[in-house]
Design a protein around this ligand. Structure first.
Ligand SMILES: *[C@@H]1O[C@H](CO)[C@@H](O)[C@H](O)[C@H]1NC(C)=O
Ligand SMILES: *[C@@H]1O[C@H](CO)[C@@H](O)[C@H](O)[C@H]1NC(C)=O
Ligand SMILES: *[C@@H]1O[C@H](CO)[C@@H](O)[C@H](O)[C@H]1NC(C)=O
Length: 403
């Protein structure tokens, strides 16, 4: 049986990203605000902890106005900003991803305390990034994008902005779809003049071995149904259309909708689950239906290629060729320092797929590729795990300091 709460839980876990838990009262206050909060992430979440925080906006070439938060330094430490680091969240999440645990456990604060200048963008379409120079979120054209555009427009815009503000090359951290966006850009040789190194947590590139049964089923159903079901539109995980889709999914034999978090992400070892209800009131965030279809295409065909319009004619119209162009991971510049961290229990970024990625990076210069495997970690542990500071963030910071 699926309760209303259960549906919320399913939708929060569609395809990828993480299920988080909120463990502190600052966010409670924030979430209690009725309707969309006029206050930004800085004033409602970060500043109450005593951290400096600045709100910035960045406009992409295709007109999306993104909100970006900056935590320029630690609480008591030097007021001089260190090297910039950019934290890119996954799909159906937003910048809060990096701020959900208490400061001693959340990557954004941990980096600030380690002397980094922390920048947190929010992807187009999410709660704090819904403005556009000419379109409204109610226009279908506003949702006419997939991660191709996140890689082609959002990422370069934010890199360019942070580089312009700081005059320094950027350390990057991506989680889930945030890794895919970067890998796609890097494979085209982009961002090389502004990136210093990149850490990819729960890397998503190849998705063909995704072990989550419900994810596989969602991917199949999604590609089949989406054109007449949603079209070019907002994919709102809290909306009725999505709830209906998920309910149908859960009616399939063999699909366990009781423990949905585990069904989608794998068995996270180290989450604090006491405030999942609270989490569900804010996240998940919207994406575009086209993006969800694009991710589903990757699950089905095992390739990392641009959005497939579904027939040779339409692909020809958009790309000048019958098949969508591929992103060739072997073209990622070999001297770019990379840190990959993946978990043995992750049902989305599964070991076999990460091995495929590693294989395509085999020509990477030896000391420029660091790989960490954590046996008991699943998808959400990398951003929310209560043990992540020790297990992932300390080695990640050591990697940044080495390069
Ligand atoms: C989990 O979160 C609750 C609520 O914030 C807190 O009281 C508890 O100590 C946390 N448990 C762990 C293991 O961090
Ligand atoms: C979406 O963009 C493509 C071009 O990339 C265009 O052909 C199509 O008409 C657009 N659809 C909508 C609804 O804006
Ligand atoms: C990908 O790039 C590598 C290295 O540049 C090249 O050897 C390989 O043939 C390419 N693969 C495809 C499918 O184009």
């Amino acid at each position: 049986m699926v309760t209303v709460t259960g549906l919320g839980a399913i939708s929060s876990l569609m395809i990828t990203s993480c299920l988080a838990v909120l463990t502190h009262s600052v966010l409670t206050t924030y979430l209690d605000a009725p309707g969309p909060s006029p206050a930004g992430i800085c004033s409602s979440v970060v500043q109450p902890y005593g951290y400096s925080c600045e709100e910035h906006t960045v406009t992409t070439k295709d007109g999306y106005i993104l909100s970006v938060q900056r935590i320029p330094h630690g609480k008591r430490g030097s007021k001089i900003s260190g090297q910039p680091v950019l934290l890119q969240h996954g799909v159906l999440m937003d910048g809060l991803t990096w701020l959900l645990n208490p400061p001693d456990q959340s990557l954004a604060y941990v980096l600030a305390e380690s002397g980094f200048d922390v920048w947190i963008p929010n992807t187009r379409g999410t709660h704090f990034s819904r403005a556009h120079t000419s379109l409204q979120p109610t226009d279908p054209a506003y949702w006419n994008w997939s991660w191709d555009e996140l890689a082609a427009y959002d990422l370069p815009a934010v890199f360019g902005y942070v580089h312009g503000q700081t005059g320094q090359k950027i350390n990057y951290v991506g989680h889930s779809q945030g890794t895919l966006m970067a890998l796609a850009s890097f494979s085209q040789g982009k961002l090389m003049d502004t990136v210093r190194s990149a850490a990819l947590l729960s890397p998503i590139a190849y998705l063909s071995h995704m072990s989550s049964a419900i994810g596989q089923l969602a991917a199949k159903a999604f590609v089949g149904e989406v054109t007449n079901w949603l079209g070019i539109a907002e994919f709102n995980p809290k909306g009725q259309a999505v709830a209906k889709f998920l309910k149908a999914l859960c009616a399939n034999p063999g699909i366990d909708c009781y423990d949905l978090m585990t069904s989608f992400t794998g068995k996270n070892c180290c989450l604090n689950s006491s405030t999942v209800e609270l989490f569900l009131r804010y996240e998940p965030q919207s994406s575009s239906s086209k993006n969800m279809v694009h991710l589903a295409q990757m699950v089905r065909n095992g390739k990392i290629e641009m959005y497939n319009y579904g027939n040779p004619n339409d692909n020809m119209k958009h790309y000048g060729q019958a098949d969508p162009p591929t992103y060739n991971m072997s073209n990622i510049p070999r001297q770019l320092p990379l840190f990959l961290s993946y978990g043995g229990q992750d049902a989305l970024s599964v070991t076999k797929d990460v091995e495929l990625l590693q294989d395509s990076l085999k020509f990477h210069e030896g000391d420029e590729l660091t790989v960490q495997y954590i046996d008991n970690y699943a998808h959400a542990d990398f951003v929310m795990g209560v043990s992540a500071k020790h297990t992932v963030y300390d080695p990640l910071i050591a990697f940044f300091n080495r390069h």
